[in-house]
Design a binder for this molecule. Structure first.
Ligand code: 13P
Length: 344
C-alpha cells in the first residue's frame, strides 16, 4: 500500500519525534572520523551508522526518520540485514540526501556563494531510491552572509533549484525536505541576529514563491530551516529566549500553515543550545505547524566521541545517542529542562 505524501510528512513530525541527519557525504564523515582518529572506510562507516540505527529505544521513541547518504541506503548491517530494514523494524522512516553538493556560483561572489546541484537525472535517481525504500528526501541550499552577500542571484538560483527538486520528489511519491540554510559558522560568520533574521526572511519568502510556481503541495513537504541566530564570530550573541522568539516570528511571517512541520538543522550550535532553543520555541505555543529537529551534529557528537571506533564502546555510544534523542524529543514538546541533562 502506498502511503500518501501527507501521511508520510505527518509521521516525520509526529509529536515528540524528529529526524536524525546521518547523510554526511564521504568528505564530511571523514572529517568527523578524523576528529576521533578513526579511518573512514565503507566498513567503519557502516559500523558507526549501524550502531546508531540499532539504538532501539531512541529510534522507536524519538527518531521518526533518518536521512541517509547514497552509500548507506545500499549497505547491509554486519549480519547481512539491509540497514533500511533495521530502520523500518524500529519504525523509523528511511530518507535520502539527493543533492550533489553546493558548488561555486558563477560571478563576482563565486569565492563565497554557492548553488546546490543535483537536478540532472534526478527523476531517475528518485525512482531508484523509492525502490530502495526511501520515503523522503533532502536537498540543502547554502546561503552565506558576507559583505554584499547574499546576492539576489544566489537567493533566486537556490530557491528555484529547491522548488524543482521538491516537485520531482512529490512526483516520485517522496516527501521533500526543503532545506534553505543560512549558515551560522565558517569564515563569514560575524553577522548579528537581526541580519540573520532579514536574510532568513528573504530566502524563505523566495523559496515559498518558487514552490508555488513549481506546483509543490505544501501539505506533503517538510521545511528544514536554520534558526535565527547570530553568526559564531559575532561578538554579540543573543540569549536563548531571543533566538526562540525571533525564529518563531520569522517562521510565522513566511511559512504557510499548510506545511505540516518544520524540522531545524543544528548548524554548529552546541548540543544543549540546539535542544534548549527548540524547547523554548515549542513552549511559546499556539503554532500552526509542528516544530522539531533534524539534527546531524547536535544528535551525533556525543555518541561519536563515546564510540571512538571501538566495539566495546557501542553500548556507551548508544546510551549517549539515546540521551540526546530523548532530550530533543522532549524539546519537540516544549518540555525540556536543563536539570534533565544532569540526570543522565
Ligand atoms: P547539522 O544539524 O549538523 O547542521 O546537520 C543537519 C543537516 O542535515 C545539514 O544539512
Amino acid at each position: 500500500m502506498t502511503q500518501s505524501l501527507e501521511a508520510i510528512a505527518q509521521a516525520m513530525v509526529a509529536p515528540g519525534k524528529g529526524i536524525l541527519a546521518a547523510d554526511e557525504s564521504s568528505g564530511t564523515i571523514k572529517k568527523r572520523f578524523d576528529s576521533i582518529k578513526v579511518e573512514s572506510t565503507a566498513d567503519s562507516r557502516r559500523d558507526y551508522r549501524e550502531m546508531l540505527f540499532r539504538s532501539t529505544e531512541a529510534m522507536k521513541n524519538h527518531v521518526s526518520g533518518v536521512i541517509l547518504y547514497d552509500e548507506t541506503i545500499r549497505q547491509k548491517a554486519k549480519d547481512g540485514t539491509p540497514l533500511v530494514d533495521v530502520m523500518n523494524a524500529a519504525g523509523s522512516i528511511p530518507g535520502i540526501k539527493v543533492d550533489t553538493g553546493a558548488k561555486p556560483l558563477v560571478g563576482a561572489t563565486s569565492k563565497i556563494e554557492t548553488v546546490t546541484e543535483g537536478l540532472d537525472g534526478l527523476r531517475e535517481r528518485l525512482a531508484e531510491y523509492h525502490k530502495l525504500g526511501a520515503r523522503f528526501a533532502k536537498w540543502r541550499a547554502v546561503i552565506t552572509i558576507a559583505d554584499g552577500c547574499p546576492t539576489h542571484n544566489c537567493i533566486h538560483a537556490n530557491a528555484h533549484a529547491l522548488a524543482r527538486y521538491a516537485a520531482l520528489c512529490q512526483e516520485a511519491q517522496i516527501v521533500p525536505i526543503v532545506e534553505p540554510e543560512v549558515v551560522m559558522d565558517g569564515t563569514h560568520s560575524t553577522h548579528d541576529i537581526d541580519t540573520c533574521y532579514n536574510v532568513t526572511e528573504w530566502i524563505l519568502n523566495e523559496t515559498f514563491r518558487e514552490l508555488y510556481f513549481a506546483g509543490v503541495k505544501l501539505e506533503g513537504m517538510v521545511l528544514k530551516p536554520n534558526m535565527v541566530i547570530a553568526g559564531q564570530k559575532c561578538a554579540k550573541q543573543a540569549s536563548a529566549a531571543e533566538v526562540a522568539e525571533k525564529t518563531v516570528k520569522v517562521l510565522k511571517a513566511c511559512v504557510p500553515s499548510a506545511v505540516p512541520g518544520i524540522a531545524f538543522l543544528s548548524g554548529g550550535q552546541s548540543d544543549q543550545a540546539a535542544t534548549e532553543h527548540l524547547s523554548l520555541m515549542n513552549a511559546i505555543g499556539n503554532l500552526p505547524w509542528k516544530l522539531t529537529f533534524s539534527y546531524g551534529r547536535a544528535l551525533q557528537a556525543a555518541a561519536l566521541k563515546a564510540w571512538g571506533g571501538k566495539t566495546e564502546n557501542v553500548a556507551a555510544a548508544q546510551k549517549a545517542f539515546a540521551h540526546r534523542a530523548r532530550m530533543n524529543g522532549l524539546a519537540a514538546l516544549g518540555k525540556w529542562e536543563a536539570k534533565l541533562e544532569k540526570a543522565a
